[in-house]
Design a protein around this ligand. Structure first.
Ligand SMILES: *Cc1c(COP(=O)(O)O)cnc(C)c1O
Length: 394
């Protein structure tokens, strides 16, 4: 019997993609096997994170890395590292940031719900720029000089949310920040694939980059990566690891945590609440290896084949057209004609509350589109979705 049936929790077919609310995706058998093996033994967590750091560094080109409890946890730890650096007294004080550099500069058009993670450290966000282009009134957004102007001795970091629409370009942000000796923290949670983005932001000069492990990386739902400068990763690790130990008994791998740089051990840090377990760390590392081994082209063909199968199985639908679009992540778009008795929102609800429950992507419902994302779909679920679509629309 499936564990969710045993628990009495309804399963869903996830055609929305790896969103947290619908539990991300599912794990490859290699990942679950590694997690089971990891769960059966004990290790020193600093040793495990130091090993993870090497793998993350090799995959990203960064000096060091940390496996975190999601990208949002990575943002919290990155902000905490930028404020406290290697000072145990500062680590001990967070989220009380009085008298510390506690401002995080951010382009106003990049503000989003996840920046709560950096504010949780006690930092204040200092917004810059006016996103004129989004109002339909103009073409401009924040300029590099506006970021430069907002940087003061109070600045801990610049937070940059990567994405196709992000402005100014990251290298320009890095330039003005580094001229003023301020680190740049990049939220790249959803920027995979392409796999080249594992390296792109570090290559552009970012000091810290956070990725989600539970999205296209297909790692455990509650996993992520923070990679970047060795000293900042060391600070982030110190503020997350459990430090309930005497100084003399503590011997983390020096390449990961260099004790000689510390006057003593801080207490548990602000990132202790974003603790990650050994199974999750191991699962993320194996998922990262699989992601790199499969490669973008094979992955794209696998995703596209699922959608072509769905398109074919759905067949002719009344008042609806199907098309596969998307160069990086393909999606099956179902476009409802205005004559359709069901509009996009009604179709989404009918799918969600039907049997089986199918959750599709409703982000373009305003344009009469229902999207089917292949990332969290299995071959066996395709006929079930096609059958429901025919019931509702054929
Ligand atoms: C998904 C997402 C996050 C959060 O990632 P988790 O791994 O779920 O913590 C943060 N920022 C952006 C832009 C995201 O899309």
């Amino acid at each position: 019997m499936n564990i969710y049936d045993e628990l009495g929790v309804r399963r869903i077919i996830n055609a929305k993609g790896p969103a947290t609310r619908v539990s991300g995706g599912f794990l490859a058998p290699e990942v679950t096997a590694a997690m089971t093996s990891a769960a059966s033994h004990c290790v020193d967590m600093a040793d495990l994170q130091a090993r993870a750091s090497l793998e993350v560094a090799a995959a990203t080109g960064a000096e060091a890395g940390l496996v975190t409890a999601g990208a949002a946890a990575g943002l919290l730890l990155g902000a905490a590292a930028s404020i406290a650096r290697l000072d145990p007294a500062r680590m001990a004080r967070l989220p009380d940031t009085r008298g510390l550099p506690n401002e995080i500069v951010m382009v106003r058009s990049q503000r989003n719900f996840y920046d709560h993670a950096v504010r949780a450290t006690g930092a204040r966000i200092r917004e810059v720029g006016l996103p004129d282009r989004f109002a339909g009134a103009g073409v401009r957004d924040a300029e590099p000089w506006e970021i430069a102007e907002a940087i003061t001795p109070q600045t801990a970091a610049v937070l940059y949310v990567a994405g196709p629409l992000a402005r100014p370009a990251l290298p320009d942000v890095v330039r003005v920040a580094h001229e003023r000796d301020v680190p740049v923290l990049v939220d790249a949670a959803a920027q995979l694939p392409p796999a080249s983005n594992l390296r792109a932001f570090i290559a552009a000069g970012a000091d810290l980059v956070a990725f989600s492990g539970g999205k296209a990386l297909a790692g455990p739902q509650g996993s992520g990566i923070l990679c970047g400068r060795r000293d900042l990763i060391m600070s982030a690790a110190l503020q997350m690891l459990d430090l309930d130990i005497e100084w003399d008994q503590w011997s983390p791998p020096p390449a990961f945590i260099d004790k000689s740089l510390l006057p003593g051990l801080p207490p548990h840090g602000i990132g202790r609440t974003a603790k990650i377990g050994k199974e999750t760390i191991v699962g993320l590392l194996v998922a990262l290896r699989l992601f790199l081994a499969e490669g973008d082209e094979t992955r794209y063909r696998r995703w596209r084949a699922l959608l072509e199968n769905l398109e074919l199985s759905a067949g002719e639908l009344r008042h609806a057209r199907l098309a596969i679009r998307g160069d990086v992540v393909p999606k099956l778009e179902l476009h409802l004609e205005s004559r359709s008795p069901l509009d996009a929102r009604a179709l989404l609800l009918a799918l969600q509350y039907g049997e089986p429950s199918i959750v599709a992507d409703g982000s373009h419902a305003d344009h009469s589109l229902v999207l089917f994302n292949p990332l969290c779909l299995r071959e066996t679920e395709i006929p079930l979705i096609a059958h429901r679509l025919r019931e509702l629309l054929a």
